[in-house]
Design a protein around this ligand. Structure first.
Ligand code: ZN
Length: 345
Protein backbone atom coordinates (compact mmCIF):
# COMPACT_ATOMS: atom_id res chain seq x y z
CA UNK A 1 0.00 0.00 0.00
CA UNK A 2 2.76 2.37 0.93
CA UNK A 3 4.63 1.56 -2.28
CA UNK A 4 1.51 2.04 -4.29
CA UNK A 5 0.98 5.48 -2.75
CA UNK A 6 4.58 6.35 -3.49
CA UNK A 7 4.22 5.24 -7.10
CA UNK A 8 1.02 7.18 -7.59
CA UNK A 9 2.65 10.31 -6.15
CA UNK A 10 5.52 9.84 -8.57
CA UNK A 11 3.11 9.33 -11.45
CA UNK A 12 1.21 12.44 -10.41
CA UNK A 13 4.38 14.54 -10.34
CA UNK A 14 5.46 13.08 -13.66
CA UNK A 15 2.15 13.80 -15.34
CA UNK A 16 2.12 17.37 -13.98
CA UNK A 17 5.64 17.79 -15.25
CA UNK A 18 4.87 16.73 -18.79
CA UNK A 19 1.74 18.85 -18.96
CA UNK A 20 3.54 21.95 -17.77
CA UNK A 21 5.98 21.53 -20.64
CA UNK A 22 3.29 21.54 -23.29
CA UNK A 23 3.47 24.55 -25.56
CA UNK A 24 1.07 26.36 -27.85
CA UNK A 25 2.40 24.20 -30.70
CA UNK A 26 1.19 21.04 -28.96
CA UNK A 27 -2.30 22.47 -28.64
CA UNK A 28 -2.26 23.67 -32.24
CA UNK A 29 -1.41 20.14 -33.29
CA UNK A 30 -4.63 18.89 -31.69
CA UNK A 31 -6.32 20.66 -34.63
CA UNK A 32 -6.19 17.98 -37.31
CA UNK A 33 -7.50 17.58 -40.81
CA UNK A 34 -9.02 14.24 -39.81
CA UNK A 35 -11.16 15.77 -37.08
CA UNK A 36 -12.12 18.77 -39.22
CA UNK A 37 -13.21 16.37 -41.92
CA UNK A 38 -15.19 14.16 -39.54
CA UNK A 39 -17.10 17.17 -38.17
CA UNK A 40 -17.76 18.58 -41.62
CA UNK A 41 -19.02 15.32 -43.10
CA UNK A 42 -21.82 15.48 -40.55
CA UNK A 43 -22.39 19.22 -40.41
CA UNK A 44 -22.59 19.70 -44.19
CA UNK A 45 -24.48 16.48 -44.90
CA UNK A 46 -27.95 16.33 -46.48
CA UNK A 47 -29.39 15.56 -43.06
CA UNK A 48 -28.91 19.22 -42.08
CA UNK A 49 -30.97 20.38 -45.08
CA UNK A 50 -28.87 23.41 -45.87
CA UNK A 51 -29.18 24.89 -42.34
CA UNK A 52 -31.46 27.77 -43.25
CA UNK A 53 -32.24 30.09 -40.33
CA UNK A 54 -35.70 29.49 -38.92
CA UNK A 55 -36.00 25.95 -40.35
CA UNK A 56 -35.57 22.47 -38.98
CA UNK A 57 -32.12 22.38 -40.56
CA UNK A 58 -31.06 25.21 -38.26
CA UNK A 59 -32.47 23.32 -35.26
CA UNK A 60 -30.33 20.30 -36.15
CA UNK A 61 -27.26 22.51 -36.56
CA UNK A 62 -27.63 24.31 -33.25
CA UNK A 63 -28.20 21.07 -31.36
CA UNK A 64 -25.20 19.47 -33.04
CA UNK A 65 -23.03 22.36 -31.86
CA UNK A 66 -24.46 22.35 -28.34
CA UNK A 67 -23.90 18.59 -28.00
CA UNK A 68 -20.34 18.94 -29.25
CA UNK A 69 -19.44 21.64 -26.74
CA UNK A 70 -21.10 19.77 -23.88
CA UNK A 71 -19.17 16.63 -24.77
CA UNK A 72 -15.92 18.57 -25.11
CA UNK A 73 -16.39 20.27 -21.74
CA UNK A 74 -16.82 23.83 -23.03
CA UNK A 75 -19.53 25.76 -21.14
CA UNK A 76 -22.51 27.52 -22.60
CA UNK A 77 -21.81 31.21 -23.14
CA UNK A 78 -25.30 32.67 -23.19
CA UNK A 79 -27.46 33.87 -20.32
CA UNK A 80 -27.49 31.46 -17.35
CA UNK A 81 -24.93 29.18 -18.97
CA UNK A 82 -27.21 28.25 -21.84
CA UNK A 83 -25.69 27.58 -25.28
CA UNK A 84 -28.44 29.42 -27.15
CA UNK A 85 -29.24 33.06 -27.70
CA UNK A 86 -32.80 33.13 -28.93
CA UNK A 87 -33.76 35.94 -31.28
CA UNK A 88 -36.52 37.06 -33.58
CA UNK A 89 -35.12 38.71 -36.68
CA UNK A 90 -36.63 40.16 -39.83
CA UNK A 91 -35.41 39.00 -43.23
CA UNK A 92 -35.12 41.09 -46.41
CA UNK A 93 -38.74 40.38 -47.37
CA UNK A 94 -39.99 41.54 -43.99
CA UNK A 95 -40.69 38.06 -42.64
CA UNK A 96 -40.17 37.45 -38.95
CA UNK A 97 -37.90 34.48 -38.16
CA UNK A 98 -37.26 32.75 -34.86
CA UNK A 99 -33.60 31.86 -34.86
CA UNK A 100 -30.70 31.06 -32.50
CA UNK A 101 -27.06 31.98 -32.10
CA UNK A 102 -24.94 29.33 -30.37
CA UNK A 103 -22.44 30.49 -27.74
CA UNK A 104 -19.69 28.50 -26.05
CA UNK A 105 -17.35 30.11 -23.56
CA UNK A 106 -13.98 29.50 -21.96
CA UNK A 107 -13.38 31.78 -19.03
CA UNK A 108 -9.99 33.42 -18.77
CA UNK A 109 -7.76 33.49 -15.69
CA UNK A 110 -6.34 36.85 -14.54
CA UNK A 111 -7.92 38.95 -17.31
CA UNK A 112 -11.25 37.12 -17.49
CA UNK A 113 -13.39 40.21 -18.00
CA UNK A 114 -11.70 40.88 -21.35
CA UNK A 115 -13.15 38.73 -24.12
CA UNK A 116 -12.02 37.62 -27.56
CA UNK A 117 -14.98 36.73 -29.79
CA UNK A 118 -14.44 34.17 -32.54
CA UNK A 119 -17.32 34.00 -35.04
CA UNK A 120 -18.54 31.96 -37.97
CA UNK A 121 -22.07 31.60 -39.27
CA UNK A 122 -23.91 28.40 -38.51
CA UNK A 123 -26.65 28.92 -41.09
CA UNK A 124 -26.71 28.57 -44.86
CA UNK A 125 -29.29 28.99 -47.64
CA UNK A 126 -31.37 25.82 -47.26
CA UNK A 127 -33.01 23.83 -50.03
CA UNK A 128 -33.67 24.92 -53.64
CA UNK A 129 -37.19 24.85 -55.08
CA UNK A 130 -36.29 21.72 -57.06
CA UNK A 131 -35.21 19.95 -53.85
CA UNK A 132 -31.44 20.26 -54.25
CA UNK A 133 -29.79 20.86 -50.90
CA UNK A 134 -27.24 23.62 -50.40
CA UNK A 135 -24.85 21.82 -48.06
CA UNK A 136 -22.59 24.85 -47.59
CA UNK A 137 -19.48 22.80 -46.89
CA UNK A 138 -17.25 25.81 -47.43
CA UNK A 139 -19.93 28.42 -46.60
CA UNK A 140 -19.68 28.24 -43.71
CA UNK A 141 -19.25 24.64 -42.65
CA UNK A 142 -15.50 25.24 -42.90
CA UNK A 143 -15.57 28.14 -40.42
CA UNK A 144 -17.89 26.23 -38.12
CA UNK A 145 -15.68 23.16 -37.81
CA UNK A 146 -12.59 25.37 -37.50
CA UNK A 147 -14.15 26.98 -34.43
CA UNK A 148 -15.01 23.59 -32.95
CA UNK A 149 -11.37 22.52 -33.23
CA UNK A 150 -10.02 25.83 -31.89
CA UNK A 151 -12.31 25.50 -28.86
CA UNK A 152 -11.10 21.96 -28.26
CA UNK A 153 -7.46 23.12 -28.37
CA UNK A 154 -8.18 25.88 -25.83
CA UNK A 155 -10.09 23.59 -23.46
CA UNK A 156 -7.29 21.00 -23.59
CA UNK A 157 -4.84 23.74 -22.65
CA UNK A 158 -7.11 24.86 -19.82
CA UNK A 159 -7.41 21.31 -18.49
CA UNK A 160 -3.59 21.18 -18.38
CA UNK A 161 -3.49 24.42 -16.39
CA UNK A 162 -2.54 26.46 -19.47
CA UNK A 163 -5.90 28.14 -19.96
CA UNK A 164 -6.20 31.55 -21.59
CA UNK A 165 -5.70 34.70 -19.51
CA UNK A 166 -8.54 36.45 -21.29
CA UNK A 167 -11.88 34.76 -21.97
CA UNK A 168 -12.83 33.34 -25.35
CA UNK A 169 -16.38 33.38 -26.70
CA UNK A 170 -17.12 30.98 -29.55
CA UNK A 171 -20.06 32.70 -31.19
CA UNK A 172 -21.79 30.72 -33.95
CA UNK A 173 -24.12 33.31 -35.42
CA UNK A 174 -27.22 32.46 -37.41
CA UNK A 175 -29.16 34.27 -40.14
CA UNK A 176 -25.95 35.54 -41.74
CA UNK A 177 -27.30 34.59 -45.12
CA UNK A 178 -30.38 36.72 -44.48
CA UNK A 179 -28.30 39.85 -43.97
CA UNK A 180 -25.81 39.37 -41.08
CA UNK A 181 -28.76 39.28 -38.69
CA UNK A 182 -27.33 37.02 -35.96
CA UNK A 183 -24.17 39.07 -35.53
CA UNK A 184 -26.23 42.26 -35.54
CA UNK A 185 -28.49 40.76 -32.88
CA UNK A 186 -25.52 39.78 -30.73
CA UNK A 187 -23.83 43.19 -30.94
CA UNK A 188 -27.17 44.90 -30.21
CA UNK A 189 -27.74 42.49 -27.29
CA UNK A 190 -24.25 41.48 -26.17
CA UNK A 191 -23.86 38.88 -23.44
CA UNK A 192 -20.38 40.27 -22.66
CA UNK A 193 -19.94 44.06 -22.74
CA UNK A 194 -18.65 45.28 -26.10
CA UNK A 195 -16.35 47.67 -24.25
CA UNK A 196 -14.52 44.60 -22.88
CA UNK A 197 -14.48 42.80 -26.22
CA UNK A 198 -10.87 43.01 -27.32
CA UNK A 199 -11.16 41.66 -30.88
CA UNK A 200 -13.21 39.56 -33.27
CA UNK A 201 -11.79 36.85 -35.50
CA UNK A 202 -14.42 36.00 -38.10
CA UNK A 203 -14.13 32.86 -40.19
CA UNK A 204 -16.29 32.58 -43.29
CA UNK A 205 -15.15 30.10 -45.98
CA UNK A 206 -11.62 28.77 -45.43
CA UNK A 207 -11.75 25.29 -46.98
CA UNK A 208 -11.30 25.96 -50.70
CA UNK A 209 -8.83 27.42 -53.19
CA UNK A 210 -9.98 30.17 -55.57
CA UNK A 211 -9.00 30.51 -59.22
CA UNK A 212 -6.26 33.05 -58.44
CA UNK A 213 -4.29 30.58 -56.29
CA UNK A 214 -4.52 27.24 -58.05
CA UNK A 215 -0.75 27.15 -58.64
CA UNK A 216 0.13 28.17 -55.07
CA UNK A 217 -2.74 27.10 -52.85
CA UNK A 218 -1.10 27.73 -49.44
CA UNK A 219 -2.71 31.13 -49.02
CA UNK A 220 -5.50 32.89 -47.20
CA UNK A 221 -7.10 36.31 -47.58
CA UNK A 222 -7.06 38.45 -44.47
CA UNK A 223 -9.32 41.45 -44.47
CA UNK A 224 -9.34 44.27 -41.94
CA UNK A 225 -6.42 43.23 -39.73
CA UNK A 226 -4.69 46.64 -39.81
CA UNK A 227 -7.71 48.87 -40.19
CA UNK A 228 -8.60 49.50 -36.54
CA UNK A 229 -5.51 48.21 -34.74
CA UNK A 230 -1.88 47.89 -35.80
CA UNK A 231 -1.34 45.57 -32.82
CA UNK A 232 -3.82 43.10 -34.24
CA UNK A 233 -2.10 43.10 -37.61
CA UNK A 234 1.32 42.54 -35.99
CA UNK A 235 0.05 39.69 -33.79
CA UNK A 236 -1.49 38.04 -36.82
CA UNK A 237 1.63 38.45 -38.98
CA UNK A 238 3.88 37.07 -36.25
CA UNK A 239 1.60 34.07 -35.63
CA UNK A 240 1.82 33.22 -39.30
CA UNK A 241 5.59 33.76 -39.58
CA UNK A 242 6.44 31.89 -36.39
CA UNK A 243 4.11 28.90 -36.74
CA UNK A 244 2.21 28.48 -39.98
CA UNK A 245 3.86 30.10 -43.02
CA UNK A 246 0.85 30.66 -45.28
CA UNK A 247 0.97 33.31 -47.99
CA UNK A 248 -1.29 36.06 -46.73
CA UNK A 249 -3.11 37.88 -49.47
CA UNK A 250 -4.27 41.34 -48.45
CA UNK A 251 -5.71 42.47 -51.78
CA UNK A 252 -9.29 42.64 -50.48
CA UNK A 253 -8.31 44.88 -47.60
CA UNK A 254 -9.22 47.55 -50.12
CA UNK A 255 -12.99 47.25 -50.59
CA UNK A 256 -12.71 48.74 -54.08
CA UNK A 257 -10.51 45.91 -55.42
CA UNK A 258 -12.55 44.39 -58.21
CA UNK A 259 -13.80 40.83 -58.08
CA UNK A 260 -15.69 38.79 -60.67
CA UNK A 261 -18.95 37.67 -59.08
CA UNK A 262 -22.42 36.78 -60.25
CA UNK A 263 -21.35 37.20 -63.88
CA UNK A 264 -19.73 40.63 -63.67
CA UNK A 265 -16.84 42.62 -62.23
CA UNK A 266 -17.67 44.66 -59.17
CA UNK A 267 -16.09 46.15 -56.04
CA UNK A 268 -15.50 43.35 -53.55
CA UNK A 269 -16.69 45.18 -50.40
CA UNK A 270 -15.87 42.04 -48.37
CA UNK A 271 -15.06 44.25 -45.40
CA UNK A 272 -18.80 44.88 -45.07
CA UNK A 273 -20.09 41.49 -46.11
CA UNK A 274 -19.61 39.09 -43.23
CA UNK A 275 -20.24 39.07 -39.51
CA UNK A 276 -17.10 40.95 -38.43
CA UNK A 277 -18.79 44.06 -39.82
CA UNK A 278 -20.99 44.45 -36.75
CA UNK A 279 -17.93 44.28 -34.49
CA UNK A 280 -15.96 46.78 -36.56
CA UNK A 281 -18.95 49.10 -36.45
CA UNK A 282 -18.65 48.99 -32.68
CA UNK A 283 -14.96 49.90 -32.88
CA UNK A 284 -13.81 46.36 -32.10
CA UNK A 285 -10.82 45.37 -34.24
CA UNK A 286 -11.49 42.34 -36.41
CA UNK A 287 -9.92 40.02 -38.94
CA UNK A 288 -11.98 38.33 -41.61
CA UNK A 289 -10.47 34.98 -42.73
CA UNK A 290 -11.55 34.04 -46.23
CA UNK A 291 -10.57 31.87 -49.20
CA UNK A 292 -12.33 33.96 -51.86
CA UNK A 293 -15.28 32.82 -53.88
CA UNK A 294 -15.53 29.95 -56.35
CA UNK A 295 -18.04 28.60 -58.82
CA UNK A 296 -19.77 26.55 -56.12
CA UNK A 297 -20.43 29.64 -53.97
CA UNK A 298 -24.10 29.60 -52.89
CA UNK A 299 -24.78 26.55 -55.06
CA UNK A 300 -25.78 22.94 -54.22
CA UNK A 301 -22.29 21.95 -55.43
CA UNK A 302 -20.55 23.47 -52.35
CA UNK A 303 -19.96 19.99 -50.96
CA UNK A 304 -17.62 18.24 -48.52
CA UNK A 305 -15.45 16.31 -51.00
CA UNK A 306 -14.29 19.59 -52.58
CA UNK A 307 -12.71 20.85 -49.36
CA UNK A 308 -8.92 20.86 -49.08
CA UNK A 309 -8.62 19.47 -45.54
CA UNK A 310 -4.84 19.86 -45.19
CA UNK A 311 -5.22 23.53 -46.03
CA UNK A 312 -8.23 23.89 -43.75
CA UNK A 313 -6.04 22.52 -40.95
CA UNK A 314 -3.27 25.06 -41.64
CA UNK A 315 -5.65 27.98 -41.81
CA UNK A 316 -7.40 26.88 -38.60
CA UNK A 317 -4.05 26.64 -36.83
CA UNK A 318 -3.20 30.19 -37.96
CA UNK A 319 -6.41 31.47 -36.38
CA UNK A 320 -5.72 29.48 -33.21
CA UNK A 321 -2.18 30.88 -32.87
CA UNK A 322 -3.48 34.41 -33.42
CA UNK A 323 -6.23 33.89 -30.85
CA UNK A 324 -3.75 32.42 -28.37
CA UNK A 325 -1.51 35.48 -28.56
CA UNK A 326 -4.43 37.92 -28.27
CA UNK A 327 -5.76 36.27 -25.12
CA UNK A 328 -2.41 35.58 -23.45
CA UNK A 329 -0.36 38.72 -24.19
CA UNK A 330 0.19 41.15 -21.36
CA UNK A 331 -1.35 44.21 -23.02
CA UNK A 332 -4.80 44.41 -24.49
CA UNK A 333 -4.69 45.19 -28.23
CA UNK A 334 -4.65 48.94 -28.71
CA UNK A 335 -6.76 50.79 -31.24
CA UNK A 336 -5.36 53.31 -33.66
CA UNK A 337 -6.01 56.80 -32.39
CA UNK A 338 -7.46 57.96 -35.65
CA UNK A 339 -9.50 54.83 -36.30
CA UNK A 340 -12.78 55.66 -37.89
CA UNK A 341 -15.79 53.44 -37.56
CA UNK A 342 -16.66 52.45 -41.10
CA UNK A 343 -19.98 53.08 -42.66
CA UNK A 344 -21.50 50.95 -45.37
CA UNK A 345 -23.51 53.84 -46.80
ZN1 ZN B 1 -20.66 32.75 -45.57
Amino acid sequence: MKNLTYISILLFIFSCGTEAQKTVTDYAESITETELKTHLYTYASDEFMGREAGTQGETLAINFLKDYYKYTGVSGGSTDGSYFQEMTVTDRSGNSIDSYNVLAYIEGSDKANEVLVITSHLDHIGVEDDGQINNGADDDGSGTVAMMEIAEAFIEAKEDGNGPRRSVLFLHVSAEEKGLLGSKYYTDNPIYPLANTVANLNIDMIGRVDSLHIEQPDYIYLIGSDILSEDLHEVSERANQDYVGLTIDYRYNDPTTLVYEFGRWRENRYYYRSDHYHFIKNNIPAIFYFNGTHKDYHAPTDTVEKINYALLEKRTRLIFHTAWEIVNREERLTLKEDSEIPSDD
